[in-house]
Write a protein that binds this ligand. Structure first.
Ligand code: PM9
Length: 467
């Protein structure tokens, strides 16, 4: 019972970090002239900058987390045996416990798992429906002979839609595809939680349950991209009435129970600098994956990781599902996003789980999409304040496998990705101020011309020059 005399009238509690800082890494400050030179030398591609020339690195939340003392202590307990490392068994046990899958194959990172999964499940001519593409995931599906089909709800392609679950699958689009091509040509449904390319947007547990029921009625598997499933569980807790009082770990477990396996990049939710896994509930599929893993990754008890890396990931999983951790993690992203919204800067709403996405179409309306407005905006942000962001628009979308033509995605975005447990609120303030400054001067920015285009995943290595 609350004592009225002693209860505070302020019920709101801030998302303050549930940790304190023990080790720090100095950052280098550069001048504007140095940054102008560096970005030109990098072909206006932030991936080609040297990290030491970056002040606040918001390129990605992948492999950039600060590990805890508990994880570092685990690193010292690395069992570097070639086979049967005890760290593998710790990792396996934690994945089984928190994600609920039966069979685990470790991989060096997420795309290692995507490669194995695509090879064992997809045949040439197959279709893989999913809630918006992800770059590496779709590429592996295509390399295995499949065609990715986007069945996400329409709201996901609209930066301004306030739908609380823009990662949801449109059941009608999915049913239409199954009826058109036949269930036997759909090896699995590829479900991501949260959806990176849509702005870190979650899928609801109600939607996933409905997709699972539909998939079961056709005998089709669901494979989850669990890379940010813990962040997705947080949004379920915040936005789905029945889950308001449930722990993140409980929600995560139920969420995964509506799928038949997952690929995972441990470099995000699981708070490590390297690592991933493929998890499956079907023993026969697991056998096939175990056979392939020795060709591409390593033995099935290390999969490209050192024993110490597996221990760090096993411990990172435990920390990632703690409610206070995830509240502060997403809270920091919301803090930055809210500031930009308050200043009238166009970003994807609702604010997503791991990043703020600037809407380059509204930010730089004078630059047509084939002059790469988001690429230009990311480069300009670097010149302004040494902040490194990433393009998530026409460059990332690449070309159609069938026609070779550029995709023109509705969303032309710049991602300010927040590494976990790394930057402070002051860094967020400075970032917001730099974005505001660029916004103020936006009219003088022109587009870019692509002068080098690599064959695969062009956003990583493409080069541009100013128009
Ligand atoms: N995501 C990211 O920055 C790193 C590479 S792409 C710029 O967002 C999902 C949803 C991801 C992801 C990587 C992978 C691949 C799979 N699914 O990078 O191979 O966001 O560990 O994971 C990146 P790996």
């Amino acid at each position: 019972m609350t004592d009225a005399k002693h209860s505070s009238p302020r019920r709101h509690r801030s998302w303050a970090e549930p940790y304190k800082i023990k080790v720090v890494e100095p950052l280098k400050m550069t001048t504007r002239a140095e940054r102008e030179q560096a970005i030109a030398a990098a072909g206006y591609n932030t991936f080609l900058l040297r990290s030491e020339d970056v002040y606040i690195d918001l390129l990605t939340d992948s492999g950039t987390a600060a590990m805890s003392d508990y994880q570092w202590a685990g690193m010292m307990l690395g069992d570097e045996a070639y086979a049967g490392s005890k760290n593998f068994y710790n990792l396996e046990e934690n994945i089984q416990k928190y994600y609920g899958y039966r069979y685990i194959v470790p991989t060096h990172q997420g795309r290692g798992a995507e490669n194995i999964l695509s090879q064992i499940l997809i045949k040439p001519g197959d279709y893989v429906p999913g809630n918006m593409y992800f770059t590496t995931t779709r590429l592996h599906q295509e390399l295995a002979g499949g065609t990715f089909v986007d069945v996400i709800i329409d709201e996901a392609h609209d930066a301004e839609s306030l739908h609380p679950f823009k990662g949801n699958i449109d059941l009608q689009k999915l049913t239409d595809l199954i009826e058109r091509v036949g269930a036997e040509r759909i090896p699995y449904i590829s479900v991501a939680g949260t959806v990176n390319m849509a702005g870190g947007q979650p899928i609801s547990i109600a939607n996933l349950r409905a997709v699972y029921q539909l998939a079961q009625s056709y005998g089709i598997r669901i494979i989850l991209d669990a890379t940010r499933a813990v962040e997705n569980a947080y949004f379920i807790q915040q936005r789905e009435e029945d889950y308001r009082n449930q722990a993140i770990a409980t929600i995560l477990h139920e969420f995964c129970s509506y799928t038949d396996g997952c690929t995972m990049s441990g470099k995000k939710d699981a708070l490590v600098n390297i690592g991933g896994w493929l998890a499956l509930n079907d023993y026969n599929l697991y056998e096939e994956a175990r056979n392939l893993i020795v060709i591409y990754e390593g033995l099935h008890t290390y999969g490209g990781m050192a024993g110490r890396d597996m221990e760090a990931m096993a411990r990172g999983i435990e920390e990632s599902v703690k409610d206070d951790h995830i509240r502060a993690r997403v809270g920091q992203v919301e803090y930055l996003g809210q500031k930009l919204l308050d200043w009238g800067i166009p970003i994807v709403v609702p604010i997503g789980g791991h990043a703020i996405y600037l809407d380059a179409k509204r930010f730089l309306p004078q630059i047509p999409q084939d002059e790469f407005p988001a690429q230009r905006l990311a480069a300009e942000l670097y010149v302004e304040a040494g902040i490194r962001a990433m393009e998530r628009g026409i460059v990332s979308a690449g070309r159609s496998k069938q026609t070779g033509d550029n995709y023109y995605p509705e969303l032309e975005l710049v991602r300010l990705t927040i590494p976990r447990r790394v930057y402070t609120q002051a860094h967020m303030d400075l970032t917001a101020e730099a974005v505001e400054e660029v916004y103020y001067n936006r009219d003088r920015l022109c587009g870019l011309k692509m002068i080098y285009e690599p064959k695969y995943l062009r956003f990583f290595q493409a080069r541009f020059e100013l128009l």
